[in-house]
Design a protein around this ligand. Structure first.
Ligand code: F6P
Length: 330
């Protein structure tokens, strides 16, 4: 444990980047833990943008009442491109100093953590990250808040699509979020018994898609669900649909699940991990860990250096997950 250079008397918390279900339980935990330790706690609205605008309010125990079950974030969020700029970060550091805030808790993804890391390096400002994104793609942590809720929402949607696909003997391409990460697609594919999963980091094997559908038909299957990982930009499914139609005369339907995956009441897993991470974040800063992340590894929350969590995670189990999905979809 590092020795605190200055006792923490006052902290601020913000959400940054795409929201994810579980941010509210994390905020609740941060606020209640801080107040329990006698620390003043401030909420910054709209992420780094709100920080620069001074959109800051002192939070009380009741500010976070009745939010553990709510999706979104009571603090709102933003993607603040200006925070890439060192002068802007200096302004932020001055603002935090003027408000007598001794440390900042950033709930978000690795882009948001990079901003926090720079603030720490350039201004020796204590920061801690709480990993939260539905994509589950941050290096250094096996889990990010919101992933389980997003997967659950997508599973429920695919189950419904399965009903109509089956009633009409149709093939559906169901596109899930996750940007270039495959975690949502793989877990949804496995849990919905999808016939196939198309990952955005691999070339689409059209012949394999068609062969698989034909093989299914030969054994009496009338419908198929293909989960598509969206990739850099939503809409990949429409390209696949057009190619299947043009080159293989195969008609398919497309359903892009989109932002429905970001909202909704957090699952028990997200509420639990968010509550643990919020508590750990405040304690970490209080105990003098000044540039860290509350990672979830090997079944529990641990404090790891922020520098471990700035990149995208490489999912080494991708191939084995695909293998399992294929093995069960014969
Ligand atoms: O990073 C989270 C995420 O939901 C991705 O899965 C998705 O591609 C992206 O954000 C969408 O971002 P926005 O809501 O800004 O369009």
């Amino acid at each position: 444990m590092e020795t605190p250079s200055k006792p923490i008397k006052s902290l601020a918390v913000l959400c940054s980047g795409g929201d994810s279900s579980g941010m509210n339980p994390a905020i609740r935990s941060v606020v209640r833990t801080a107040i329990g330790l006698g620390i003043d706690i401030y909420g910054i609205h709209q992420g780094y943008t709100g920080l620069l605008e001074g959109n800051i309010e002192k939070l009380s125990l009741s500010s976070v009442s009745n939010i553990i079950q709510r999706g979104g974030t009571i603090l709102d969020t933003s993607r603040c491109l200006d925070f890439h700029n060192a002068e802007v970060r200096q302004e932020a550091a001055h603002l935090l100093a003027r408000k007598h805030i001794d440390g900042l808790i950033v709930i978000g993804g690795n882009g948001s953590f990079t901003g926090a890391m720079n603030l720490n390096k350039e201004h020796d400002f204590p920061v801690i990250g709480i990993p939260a994104t539905i994509d589950n793609d941050i290096s250094g942590t096996q889990y990010t808040i919101g992933f389980n809720t997003a997967v659950q929402t997508a599973i429920e949607a695919v189950d419904k699509i399965r009903d109509t696909a089956s009633a009409h003997s149709r093939t559906f391409l169901v596109e899930v979020m996750g940007r270039t990460a495959s975690s949502i697609a793989l877990q949804v594919g496995l849990c919905t018994g999808a016939e196939q999963v198309v990952l955005s980091n691999q070339a689409v094997d059209y012949q394999a898609i068609v062969d698989n559908i034909n093989k299914g038909k030969a054994r009496g299957k009338t419908s198929s669900i293909i989960i598509v990982a969206e990739g850099e930009k939503a809409g990949l499914s429409y390209q696949i649909k057009d190619t299947l139609q043009a080159q293989y005369s195969l008609g398919v339907h497309v359903c892009i699940l989109g932002h429905i995956q970001r909202g909704g009441s957090p699952t028990a897993i997200d509420r639990t991990i968010a509550s643990k991470m919020g508590y750990a974040a405040v304690h970490a800063l209080y105990e003098g860990n000044h540039a860290h992340v509350t990672a979830f590894n090997n079944g529990d929350v641990q404090i790891v250096p922020l520098s471990d969590c700035l990149g995208k995670k490489t999912d080494i189990s991708e191939e084995s997950q695909l293998k399992l999905i294929r093995a069960l979809a014969i």
